[in-house]
Ligand binder design. Structure first.
Ligand SMILES: *[C@@H]1O[C@H](CO)[C@@H](O)[C@H](O)[C@H]1NC(C)=O
Ligand SMILES: *[C@@H]1O[C@H](CO)[C@@H](O)[C@H](O)[C@H]1NC(C)=O
Ligand SMILES: *[C@@H]1O[C@H](CO)[C@@H](O)[C@H](O)[C@H]1NC(C)=O
Ligand SMILES: *[C@@H]1O[C@H](CO)[C@@H](O)[C@H](O)[C@H]1NC(C)=O
Ligand SMILES: *[C@@H]1O[C@H](CO)[C@@H](O)[C@H](O)[C@H]1NC(C)=O
Length: 695
């Protein structure tokens, strides 16, 4: 293992220390994870990663494209590499520990006689749309002498133009300046701006900023990677010059460097703060009944000038960091109380990834939160991706669910969806929400929309929202009344597993959707609709218990599809019955499933269904939240083991093999916001098997 790491790091120096990892060593370590376009990671898993070390390997965008990010430190004239893989590079630091919380990744590094604490903070601000909408990550580098003596220390870091486009032949342009509050910044961008276009998943528009506080000891330089880095390693400072030969990203890779002379560092810690952010006037294009419009980044309403925004967010660091600590602590205490330490391994890894799928947009009058599906597809506002993710929103701030559902509801209410009376699947490809896609999951999405809309109203008390959209919700329910008892051959959200008729779990979703509409009707004064839907749902669920349960199996369980008693699957849609307290499904079904899952457990979890050995961790956690404590703990510890041991090296996948923790079916789902579903326990009022489930 030791020699492998040294080899992967390509280092000439000895890697003498093994890092500790807490609470886990995830497949990829989150570095700057804030939005669909600010998402940079360090690959850790054995299949392409270096084991979880900040130095000796390039950070990458979620899809594996390098986002050049370098860190050097000179201690008494000896240079060490603490981040990235610049060549030829000095010896790497010893990494002694890595730790993550919901908002932070913290590395402890030893550079000769000084200790460095490098903290990447990607805030989550569920009470503050403006802050959440501004994609910025803070990197605080704290240096202390560790041997009792003082040492001369100079710090260096740069980013490359690779952040500005996924097409490396694109010409980059750049500039250098300071803000009114003396925040020094490199600004760089794709010279030919193409709004609402992606280059290999990276944005083809917007302006990137790499910033730090100006002042004594700070020097800067832009130029070819080797020139700027060699300048630092040889001189310990930069030349305060600008390369004005704007050129292709991959033509003598332009980098944007800072050097900071920390002077003589003793036992008192010296901190330097850097920030990386992306500024875009607009996030997405959206079509509603009035046509297509460009939707602003939400923060633009407050900070119309990009540099003013940067200035504000940079100098607010102490406040931001304090709020992040509160949030970290809240997630930690809630998670350990609900599911123990292993559960915190899951939630604290999921939080940033889930929120980074979101683009907070619009104005205070018309607020929208757009979601990018990420690796499975570039779809925007995919209903069955929002659904698995939505527990994290319910937990942090259910008000935000309205901003996520609105684009879908408005589009469909404007009559723009003409494929059927059911709920649409998506609004197109991020960042253009202008045309619903043709993928069809009618039963799935009708159920999802009803369940999520009711959950929103229950958690926020906003019954007006239900009245306002009653007709559309009623239309979805009509579809479910027609189609959910005997589901036609169709795909569910697990489309990769293939289509099938009579899917037991899909039928259940439809029935819970009908019962949800009964509650919606009751909340909005539609008494006769309420009674009628309640009676339909009751009738369906009693038939479903005959159609979908393998009673004679040992032990009994629900089937994958009606009548196929040798089949089984995760009955994850039952979660909605508990969440909404629809009291539709008898407690005995919860108990039966809870007893059954441990009998089909494999090393890293319970397979999604009998067609394959892979599973979905979001759905496992839906099942865990409504199981006995023992079964719940089984699911949680299996997923925590998966996180620690998976050979995958991309931002954590939700689709994985239960036997060996590899990508499920070879399908490389990664970085998807659906890990928000790991918050299933925290979105429920009460976990476990409902005690009394009859109305
Ligand atoms: C570092 O190098 C400079 C220039 O050669 C020299 O003046 C200085 O004494 C050196 N510092 C240490 C701590 O060796
Ligand atoms: C349900 O089925 C009836 C009878 O076939 C049909 O008239 C109605 O349009 C369907 N409703 C929906 C929402 O599909
Ligand atoms: C679906 O289930 C119903 C009820 O058992 C059955 O009549 C029907 O044939 C099944 N459909 C398919 C395609 O198997
Ligand atoms: C969950 O609990 C809260 C606070 O006790 C309550 O207001 C809310 O109605 C409950 N939610 C549901 C769905 O019952
Ligand atoms: C699951 O894995 C086991 C053990 O490797 C194998 O025997 C079985 O065929 C697999 N099942 C499926 C559905 O692929």
């Amino acid at each position: 293992m030791l020699s492998l790491i040294a080899l992967l790091a390509g280092s000439t120096a000895l890697v003498s220390a093994q890092s500790s990892f807490s609470p886990a060593r995830p497949p990829a370590l989150p570095l700057a994870v804030r939005s669909p376009y600010l998402t940079t990671w360090q690959a850790a898993g054995s299949d392409g990663g270096n084991g979880g070390y900040l130095a000796g390997q390039w950070p990458t965008f979620w899809n594996g494209a390098v986002t050049g990010w370098t860190g050097f430190v000179r201690v008494d004239n000896t240079t060490y590499n603490w981040m990235g893989n610049a060549y030829p590079f000095p010896q790497v630091v010893d990494q002694t520990s890595f730790k993550y919380t919901s908002t932070r990744s913290i590395f402890e590094l030893q550079a000769g006689p000084v200790t460095m604490n490098v903290e990447f903070l990607s805030p989550i601000t569920p009470e503050d749309l403006t802050s959440q909408s501004f994609p910025i990550t803070y990197v605080n580098v704290a240096v202390t002498s560790s041997d009792g003596s003082n040492h001369d220390v100079q710090l260096y870091t740069d980013v490359s133009a690779e952040w500005a486009s996924g097409d490396r032949s694109q010409v980059a342009q750049w500039d250098y300046d300071t803000t009114t509050n003396n925040v020094a910044y490199h600004k760089f961008w794709r010279q030919t701006q193409e709004e609402f276009v992606e280059d290999n998943q990276q944005a083809a528009w917007g302006y990137w900023y790499y910033a730090t506080s100006d002042g004594e000891g700070l020097t800067h330089q832009s130029g070819a990677d080797n020139d700027v880095r060699n300048q630092f390693t040889s001189q310990g400072q930069l030349e305060n010059t600008q390369d004005t030969n704007f050129r292709a990203i991959n033509d003598q890779y332009p980098v944007f460097g800072f050097a900071k002379d920390l002077g003589s560092v003793g036992s008192e810690t010296v901190e330097t703060l850097f920030t990386i952010n992306l500024a875009q006037q607009h996030t997405v294009q959206y079509r509603d009944g009035d046509g297509v419009s460009s939707i602003p980044s939400y923060w633009i309403n407050t900070y119309p000038d990009y540099e003013t925004a940067l200035d504000h967010f940079y100098i607010e660091y102490d406040t931001v960091a304090g709020q992040a600590t509160d949030l970290d602590n809240q997630v930690a205490s809630d998670s350990t109380a609900a599911g123990g330490d292993d559960y915190l391994t899951l939630t604290s890894l999921a939080a940033r990834q889930a929120f980074a799928g979101l683009a907070v947009s619009g104005t205070s009058d018309e607020t929208y939160i757009f979601l990018k599906e990420i690796s499975s597809d570039g779809d925007i506002q995919t209903v069955d991706v929002i659904f698995p993710a939505f527990p994290v929103i319910l937990y942090f701030n259910p008000e935000w669910l309205e901003y996520i559902l609105d684009p879908i509801i408005k589009y469909q209410e404007a009559g723009l969806f003409t494929q059927g009376s059911y709920a649409l699947h998506d609004l197109g490809f991020f960042p253009t929400a202008t045309s619903a896609g043709s993928e069809k999951q009618p039963l799935e999405e009708c159920g999802n929309m009803l369940i999520m809309t009711l959950a929103y109203a229950q958690k926020t008390g906003d019954t007006g929202y239900l009245s306002q959209h009653y007709d559309l919700l009623n239309q979805y329910t009509g579809y479910l009344v027609n189609e959910s008892l005997i589901p036609a051959d169709q795909i569910s959200t697990d489309d990769f597993a293939g289509s099938l008729a009579n899917q037991t779990d899909l039928a259940l979703k439809g029935m819970i959707g009908i019962k949800a509409m009964s509650i919606i009707a009751q909340m909005t004064g539609h008494a006769s609709d309420s009674a009628s839907y309640a009676s339909t749902a009751e009738s369906y669920i009693s038939q479903w218990q005959d159609l979908g349960i393998a009673r004679d199996a040992n032990p009994p369980h629900t089937t994958l599809s009606y009548g196929d008693d040798s089949s089984h699957g995760l009955l994850y849609n039952l979660y909605a019955d508990a969440l909404l307290q629809t009291h539709l499904v008898p407690t005995s079904v919860y108990q039966m499933q809870s007893d059954f899952y441990p009998t089909v457990e494999k090393k890293y979890g319970v397979p999604l269904d009998t067609r394959h050995n892979y599973t979905k961790s979001d759905w496992e956690m839906f099942c865990a939240a409504i199981a006995s404590e023992e079964t719940m703990n089984m699911f949680i510890s299996d997923i925590a083991a998966f996180i620690n041991e998976t050979p995958t090296s991309a931002p954590v996948t939700d689709l994985y093999e239960t036997g060996n923790a590899d990508y499920g079916g070879g399908i490389r789902f990664q970085d998807r916001p659906v890990v928000g579903g790991w918050f299933s326990l925290l979105a429920l009022n009460q976990t476990g098997i409902p005690a009394d489930n009859t109305s």
